[in-house]
Ligand binder design. Structure first.
Ligand code: B12
Length: 215
């Protein structure tokens, strides 16, 4: 299948740190009419999983992780304008999103943020390394319907828990739904800290957020 071949081209290019071929594969995917979301799952997420495994096995080191992240950012710039729904302006509700304190990973968060906006949510993106105090301040000022937190590092998971405690201490926990995403997050953790939902991927996350606003 052509989409598998193009996904493979992207994966090989990313693993070989070949920015030009990776961008060409994305452009090819678009010109072949491949759904950008499908391409993100088949090519981008898969490439990053391979890079992550190589990093874990000490075949790759930090420079490769950084380079792969740069390639993915450029790839997303090519794909984003072709994601359906970008033209919608429905205002389904307001979402504050950010990556937990001490965590700099933002590729997944940015994808989620992009899709939430494409679905019609107003999204306030606080970026990476967001302290519990900063989340609290934003919830106080923005009064969102949903707070969405991302974290990819096991060691930064306690910061998610600290954020929920800080919200409770500030009397801001009631009235908002809280969704947590990122590879190390489990349902048990979400239940333990008293968040409302776990999102295993962007589709699951967007579906749960839409469910909360009655869609
Ligand atoms: C790229 C990358 C980096 C880049 C990040 C660049 C960037 N701007 O994001 C850089 C080079 C900076 C980096 C640094 C580090 N990294 Co890193 N990194 C990765 C890598 C390869 C890919 C992550 C990624 O973007 N995945 C693709 C996206 C699309 O997937 P995702 O983030 O999981 O998001 C999806 C879902 O989880 C979900 N989701 C995520 N968040 C949310 C939130 C909400 C609300 C919702 C609804 C859904 C949702 O939806 C997304 C789309 O479906 C992973 C390996 C891997 N397989 O994940 C390691 C990985 C996460 N990194 C790791 C480590 C250890 C580090 C460092 C500590 C390395 C070091 N020694 O310095 C530093 C930490 C720096 C810091 N303080 O944050 C480990 C973490 C291990 C752990 N569990 O603790 C991993 C797993 C690699 C490994 N196998 O060892 N890293």
């Amino acid at each position: 299948m052509i989409e598998e071949k193009i996904a493979e081209d992207f994966i090989n290019a990313t693993v070989n740190m070949d920015m030009k071929s990776a961008k060409d594969a994305c452009k090819n995917a678009i010109s072949q009419g491949i759904d950008p979301y499908k391409f993100i799952e088949m090519a981008i997420t898969k490439a990053l999983t391979i890079i992550g495994d190589k990093f874990e096995n000490e075949e790759f080191f930090l420079p490769e992780l950084f380079m792969a992240a740069e390639i993915v950012k450029k790839a997303m710039k090519i794909l984003e304008p072709h994601i359906k729904g970008t033209e919608k302006r429905k205002n389904l509700g307001k979402i504050v999103i950010g990556t937990a304190k001490s965590d700099m990973h933002d590729i997944g968060k940015n994808i989620v943020s992009f899709f939430l906006q494409a679905e019609g949510f107003e999204v306030i993106d606080l970026g990476v390394d967001v302290s519990p105090d900063k989340f609290v301040e934003s919830v106080r000022n923005e009064k969102p319907d949903i707070l969405a937190i991302s974290t990819l590092i096991t060691l930064t998971m306690p910061e998610v828990s600290n954020t929920l405690k800080a919200l409770e201490n500030a009397n801001l926990r009631n009235g908002i739904k809280i969704i947590i995403g990122g590879a190390p997050i489990t349902q048990e953790f979400v239940d333990d800290i008293g968040a409302d939902a776990l999102a295993k991927n962007v589709i699951d996350g967007v579906k749960k957020c839409k469910g909360w606003v009655g869609l």
